[in-house]
Design a protein around this ligand. Structure first.
Ligand code: MOS
Length: 745
């Protein structure tokens, strides 16, 4: 069979772009319902202690208020107290809103005010008086690290650090060149543009339709069933559009619980939208105190790598991520020792945030590598090439499906002009500004998850491809449209992708950069099945010009099936479909990762990030004027949306390096800058030229369609590259991100 891929691999505009910019694409808080009620959340003013009294009389007296929920009158609808879990819940006990008088984190929801309109609910919520018996919160990781512990093994699905290799302590002690430093990145909050929100539509008969801000409807679906004891057929969850996620939408958040609770109790439709302030009351990238020790020969060859992390988690869950394992696999080294511990704080549980673990771990490792480059006097790119390994993953001893990182270094350096770098700090200037060039490596896992998809070809010659997965802004609608169109020889506009609905074939969360590989493969397989079925129909047509031809000798093109070496003999897809019994040809298929391949191989994406900064020393102002990121991520489905993913990751990495910081006041145990005025993310004016290179990386094992995924690799290493460039410009080695003005003056 000839596969003419004329769309996959090209740059295509987003098929959902027009819907998004015209407002036709609707988000969780935008769905209408008859007699919709509005719930507003009252947040705890303390971080730890107990509610001693809650007075909602004045609020209840406001005309239009329907009901006020607190821990004192929480209805029994949420009766399965032990089942508050979800697809990515870490070990422990997920937070249960309004369950008791106990306060476990600042901003914890203590009441939900439900009224006929949002303004009334907001006003009434301001009248609720809560008295607390407060205890001193412990939110300082530097103090709590003395009580750190090794997290329970593997229960979270996160691989614990591998066993030590060789004798890292001895090798480090005896190494001719040594670097040993502590590195930190400030707590960050995801801050997607779309706030977390849920609209629950009461359908009668105990059934609900839930429009939730979630990166995967099946997670919300299972959560509602678990918590409220509803059967699967009573709940339908939709999130066709998600206004950014970055991981904050992986787990069901408390507005979902509260809106469903009220809807079931009142037998009405209810919407709850969290405020921007409240977006700082759940899930954040954790603070971790990391120590990296590198030992090397004078020629730069690594003889010892030690990497330890102590990371915060909540009192109630052991949130874990992979921060240190990367240091055991990225560079060739015989002696490694990796450690990872948690310490409990009185905050909400941290959450996965774009490249969780890798952003922190690779910042530390790659900043230390830069320090080693200066300690040995070896160029940073050359240092990495001297320690390059491509035959296996040293942590697992498995083979790599592919690794084109060397090409990333070479092509990235070439494009950036790295060879013109004068390595001496403070040696490069332009006018009154210091110029710094820094680089770093990025790495992320390439995963595939079991995913189902359906393909339906109708008699009008149109194809629909459908799977429950979300498009969190990454371009999933577009790439699935391209795959479907190519498989059946159609144009983009002849194909519709449907996503984000539990009535569609099952898919896991959109996360971990696995969606393109997983949903893409599922759609590909479903379309191949449709292709065979429609071909059979075409061959059976009366007097079919394809009667004696087999599938290997036809081409699907322009809505027709034609004999490859005699295109004058052809049948239209529409005619073939019309001859089918139901007037359509449909197939549902499930794509699963190959177990045998997973036993023998591991797959990673890689990048080499090159950054130019300009620093005005008198003002302490840093500008990132130029970034080149060379990425190896297997097959690229859509050059435009792929580039956008890398751009977004780089911008977020610049935010991590220079801007983003959630400031905890340890007296209050509260994030103080809980708004976008004081929590800084890069604005357009902060971003200079960004150049993205996709190096060629054929891979037939990472996933059946050769795709590795791109959602996360763009951010990894970017923070280190910026910090390394700032060192080169200024001679100041700042080891805690973000590098704000005060740290440079
Ligand atoms: Mo990502 S942190 O898996 O949304």
């Amino acid at each position: 069979m000839t596969t003419r891929q004329n769309l996959v691999g090209t740059a295509q505009r987003r098929v959902d772009g027009r819907a998004k910019v015209t407002g036709a694409a609707r988000y969780a808080a935008e769905f209408a319902a008859t007699d919709l009620l509005h719930g507003v959340v009252v947040s705890s003013a303390i971080a730890r202690g107990k509610i001693t009294r809650i007075d909602s009389k004045a609020a209840a007296a406001v005309p239009g208020v329907v009901k006020i929920y607190t821990h004192e009158n929480r209805p029994r609808t949420a009766w399965l107290d032990s089942s508050y879990s979800d697809e990515v819940a870490p070990p422990g006990h997920p937070f249960r809103a309004l369950r008791s008088a106990e306060i476990m984190f600042s901003g914890q929801p203590v009441a939900l005010v439900v009224a006929g309109d949002f303004e009334t609910a907001t006003y009434a919520a301001s009248l609720i008086e809560v008295a607390y018996a407060a205890e001193a919160p412990q939110t300082d990781l530097d103090r709590q690290r003395s009580e750190s512990y090794v997290p329970p093994k593997k229960r979270s699905g996160i691989e614990p650090p591998p066993k030590p290799r060789g004798d890292a302590d001895r090798a480090f002690a005896g190494a001719p060149v040594r670097v040993q430093q502590e590195y930190r990145v400030a707590v960050e909050h995801h801050n997607p543009m779309e706030p977390h929100a849920t609209t629950v539509v009461w359908e009668g008969g105990g059934a609900i339709t839930v429009h939730d801000k979630i990166q995967g409807v099946t997670n919300t679906h299972a959560y509602i069933q678990g918590v409220f004891g509803l059967s699967a057929d009573k709940v339908r969850v939709l999130s066709p559009f998600v206004g950014g996620g970055f991981g904050s939408g992986l787990r069901p958040q408390y507005q979902l619980f509260l809106s469903v609770l009220a809807a079931l109790d009142l037998e009405r439709s209810v919407r709850v939208v969290l405020t921007r302030d409240q977006m700082f009351t759940f899930g954040h990238r954790p603070l971790a105190i990391q120590t990296v020790s590198l030992g090397a020969e004078a020629d730069g060859r690594l003889t010892a790598i030690l990497h330890d992390s102590v990371q915060e988690t909540s009192r109630f869950e052991d949130y874990q991520e992979n921060q240190v394992n990367w240091s055991g696999m990225l560079y060739r080294c015989d002696n490694t020792k990796l450690g990872y511990e948690l310490a409990k704080l009185d905050t909400y549980t941290p959450a996965d945030m774009r490249a969780p673990g890798a952003v922190l771990g690779l910042y530390a490792l790659e900043a230390a590598m830069d320090e080693l480059a200066y300690a040995t006097g070896i160029d940073p790119v050359e240092l990495r090439l001297r320690n390059y390994i491509d035959d296996r993953d040293q942590n697992t001893n498995k083979r790599l499906t592919s690794k084109a990182l060397r090409d990333c270094y070479i092509q990235g350096a070439e494009r950036f002009g790295w060879s013109r770098r004068d390595a001496r700090p403070r040696s490069m200037t332009e006018g009154r500004e210091l110029v710094g060039w820094g680089m770093a490596t990025g790495v992320w896992e390439a995963m595939m998850q079991k995913t189902s998809a359906r393909a339906t070809l109708t008699a009008d010659g149109r194809l629909e491809v459908a799977t429950a997965t979300a498009d969190i802004g990454t371009g999933t609608y577009t790439i699935l449209t391209q795959i479907g169109a190519d498989a059946l020889g159609l144009r983009m506009e002849d194909v519709t992708a449907r996503l984000g609905d539990t009535s569609l074939p099952h898919a896991p969360l959109e996360g971990g950069s696995w969606t393109a590989a997983s949903a893409g493969t599922a759609v590909q397989i479903a379309c191949e099945t449709v292709r065979e079925a429609v071909f059979k129909l075409a061959r059976r047509l009366d007097g079919s010009p394809l009667a004696n031809v087999d599938l290997d000798h036809v081409t699907f093109r322009d809505g027709r099936i034609e004999v490859t070496n005699d295109p004058s003999r052809s049948v239209s897809l529409a005619d073939a479909v019309k001859s089918s019994k139901g007037g359509k040809v449909e197939a549902e298929e499930t794509a699963s990762p190959s177990m045998i391949q997973q036993m023998r191989y591991v797959a990673y994406t890689h990048s080499a990030v090159f950054v130019e900064v300009k620093v005005d020393e008198e003002l302490g102002v840093v500008r990132v004027t130029r970034v080149v990121s060379a990425v190896a991520a297997g097959k690229i489905l859509n050059l435009k949306t792929a580039r956008s993913q890398i751009l977004g990751g780089i911008v977020m990495g610049i935010g991590s390096a220079l801007h983003e910081e959630s400031v905890l006041d340890h007296d209050f145990g509260r994030f103080m800058n809980h708004n976008l005025a004081e929590y800084h993310v890069p604005a357009n004016a902060d971003i200079g030229a960004i150049d993205v290179i996709f190096v060629d990386e054929p891979d037939d094992k990472a996933s059946p369609i050769g795709v590795k995924g791109l959602g996360e690799i763009g951010i990894v290493g970017t923070g280190a590259a910026v910090a390394n460039a700032i060192y080169h410009a200024t001679g100041k080695r700042v080891r805690d991100l973000p590098i704000t003005i005060d740290k440079l003056l």
